[in-house]
Design a protein around this ligand. Structure first.
Ligand code: NDP
Length: 249
């Protein structure tokens, strides 16, 4: 029970990596708050995670709503020991076809909202809390269509290091999980049939030495390490879970 008596808040805890992490944290004894927007997947997640989970319907791009929701959650379950700023969107579009609306949606969700998620959590964070951001291998890769997304994830990488430095005086650790291609619903718009998903898995998996995409719970295990006292002197780093995709020189 590595997270016994800990309170954790996970944005985007109703799907994919966030849901797998919520499960891993609960299995290790944490009290978990999840946020998301989709009522159906929020209800399904509540079913999977059990009655103890606290579910918040929240659009993280609304900074004022985020502040209010976090204050209410902390009043209900207690101040936070762990924040996982995980909510995010994908989306590959060629440079020339990316509209200002698409660009701004990616920036506001994957970059601006991450900053304001941590800011909204700050007054409710215990000293020696663990903050975890969700990055991506795209921060260091070049890939056609991913410029806007990659820019947000490079910014998250910078935020991890700078937040770690700023919050260290309170003993708060800030780290990042950096997934490579991971099997979650984020890929659904790009692979709408089973055959398309198999082809995508083969293509993305084939880019890494280990030859496959990650499972969501493989990212959750990295988040669990960073959340736990096992990482009590670890801050400002990232754990990359990508089958070696970014290991090649
Ligand atoms: P999913 O699509 O399964 O989950 C994304 C989650 O983010 C959902 O819970 C979604 O909630 C939530 N979310 C998105 N936008 C908002 C918003 N405006 N307000 C509140 N919640 C929001 O994808 P993943 O689990 O794969 O993605 C999680 C994180 O992992 C993202 O940051 C992504 O960039 C990162 N990542 C994923 C990789 C992969 O290959 N899967 C690779 C590298 C990084 P709702 O559906 O209710 O809107």
């Amino acid at each position: 029970m590595r997270l016994k008596n800990k309170v954790a808040l996970i944005t985007g805890g109703n799907s994919g990596i966030g849901l797998a992490t919520a499960k891993a944290f609960i299995d290790e004894g944490a009290k978990v708050v999840i946020t998301g927007r989709n009522p159906e997947t929020l209800a399904a997640a509540e079913k999977v995670l059990g009655a103890g989970v606290v579910v918040l319907n929240l659009d993280v791009t609304d900074a004022a709503a985020t502040e209010k929701a976090f204050a209410e959650a902390a009043a209900k379950v207690g101040t936070f020991d762990i924040i996982f700023a995980n909510a995010g969107i994908g989306g590959a579009t060629p440079l020339g076809d990316t509209s200002p609306e698409q660009f701004n949606r990616i920036i506001s969700t994957n970059l601006t909202a991450v900053f304001f998620t941590v800011q909204a959590a700050l007054p409710h964070l215990n000293d020696r809390a663990s903050v975890i951001l969700n990055g991506s291998v795209h921060a260091v890769l070049g890939a056609p269509g991913w410029t806007a997304y990659a820019a947000t994830k490079a910014a998250v990488r910078a935020m991890t290091r700078n937040m770690a430095s700023e919050l260290a005086p309170r003993g708060i650790r800030v780290n990042q999980v950096t997934p490579g291609g991971t099997k979650t619903p984020i890929w659904s718009p790009m692979a709408q049939t089973e055959d398309a998903m198999s082809a995508l898995e083969a293509r993305i998996g084939g880019m890494s030495p280990l030859g496959r995409m990650s499972e969501a719970d493989e990212i959750a295990k990295a988040a669990l390490y960073l959340a736990s006292d096992d990482a009590s002197n670890v801050t400002g780093i990232e754990i990359t879970v990508d089958g070696g995709m970014t290991s090649a020189p």
